[in-house]
Design a protein around this ligand. Structure first.
Ligand SMILES: [Zn+2]
Length: 382
């Protein structure tokens, strides 16, 4: 089949956005210094270990090396290093390769990977998933979170298809998500980074399949279908037992998809001071894409178009339409997420609803001031 025309769009050269080797080297040195700084604790205090379990954690006051050390601690504290087991050298090499595999783009970068992993980790504790799920399911979930936007070029599936990029021509469905999943499996296939090396071939193939399916579920194009499937499963009583012990493997994986999807859009469950900076990062990435499209005479998607986006309104719509229904659905099965995720999301929705109302009042007031000024100047000319 002939490739679709690229209509003048092109992706920035990968080298321009890649995390430079020098940055990776200094992060490696800093990580080793943190881990080695503190006999036996891995450089993470008890207070920090508790803090990274909380849904209101903020990345902004920590450097990348510290965040990597926290991610390493998550694999340890959830019990995977001991029980799977995972070789600690391979875990560190894996995480450093992941660090190098995220690009320097405004939003879909290593810090977003950290925040999604951290919220996934927080939901594991809130939902007691380490007791409910098998180690294979847990390692698939945590690793899918770590890898879910690997090598993201900062340009959406819409752009990939329009520009007929290599990523779009490699995958017919969910091009970016398919690319993230394939990149994840490529990292795991490096023996030095293979955190799944202790698994049998059969278990490993199951874990790799779950990682792929979980990452593919983060494509927002399938959001409504996945949420509807989950809500139907809840209605059908598939998660009715308190300990979820009678869930089928398919039902549990559906639950894990909802966990990862919730974590992926969970900035709005964080305190406003943390979340606002993330919104600005996302809009910077959207607007940069919109500029590239407009330069080629293509209309950007409305939610990316700087001429159409009003931050408070888009937040109100995104939280009300996506984040709140998703987190409410999750809380029906994992009730402890109600206080730590649903309630903060509701507060954010109220915050932006008030902001929209204030902006509308202000706009109406300034319109009536203009009318009054025109009347006055008209009177002066008469
Ligand atoms: Zn993401």
């Amino acid at each position: 089949m002939e490739a679709a025309p690229s209509i003048g769009l092109h992706c920035p050269h990968p080298e321009r956005i890649r995390t430079p080797d020098s940055a990776c080297e200094s992060v490696r040195a800093a990580v080793n210094a943190i881990i080695g700084s503190d006999g036996g604790t891995g450089g993470v205090s008890e207070a920090e270990r508790r803090a990274i379990q909380l849904a209101n954690f903020s990345n902004w006051e920590h450097e990348d090396a510290r965040l990597l050390v926290y991610m390493r601690q998550m694999y340890i504290d959830v019990g995977l290093v001991e029980r799977l087991p995972i070789d600690e050298d391979k875990l560190l090499a894996f995480l450093l390769k992941i660090y190098a595999g995220y690009n320097q783009v405004p939003f879909h970068n290593f810090r977003h990977c950290f925040m999604v992993t951290q919220m996934t980790y927080s939901i594991i504790w809130l939902g007691n998933l380490h007791a409910i799920c098998s180690d294979s399911e847990l390692v698939a979930l945590l690793t899918a979170a770590v890898c879910h936007d690997l090598d993201h070029p900062g340009l959406s599936n819409y752009y990939q298809r329009l520009a007929a990029t290599k990523i779009a021509s490699s995958y017919s469905a969910s091009p970016l998500e398919s690319h993230h999943a394939a990149t994840a499996l490529a990292v795991l296939s490096d023996p030095a980074c293979d955190i799944l090396a202790s698994l049998t071939a059969e278990t490993r193939s199951g874990v790799e399949g779950a990682i792929q399916r979980l990452i593919l579920a983060t494509d927002m194009a399938h959001h409504a279908d996945i949420l509807a499937e989950f809500e139907a499963a809840v209605e059908a009583g598939q998660f009715s037992r308190q300990d979820l012990s009678d869930c089928s493997a398919d039902s549990r994986e559906l639950l894990l998809r909802i966990v990862l999807k919730t974590a992926d859009v969970s900035n709005e469950a964080r305190p406003v001071a943390t979340a606002e900076r993330w919104i600005d990062c996302l809009l910077a990435e959207f607007f940069a894409e919109a500029r590239l499209e407009q330069e080629s005479g293509i209309s950007p998607l409305p939610f990316m178009n700087p001429a159409l986006v009003r931050k408070a309104v888009s937040q109100q719509q995104f939280i009300g339409g996506i984040v709140l229904p998703l987190s409410r659905a999750l809380a029906r099965v994992l009730p402890r997420t109600e206080t730590d995720i649903v309630q903060p999301v509701k507060r954010q929705l109220e915050f932006y609803t008030r902001l929209v109302e204030d902006e509308e009042r202000e706009a109406a007031a300034s319109l009536s001031r203009i009318d009054a000024d025109e009347d006055n100047s008209g009177a002066g000319q008469a």
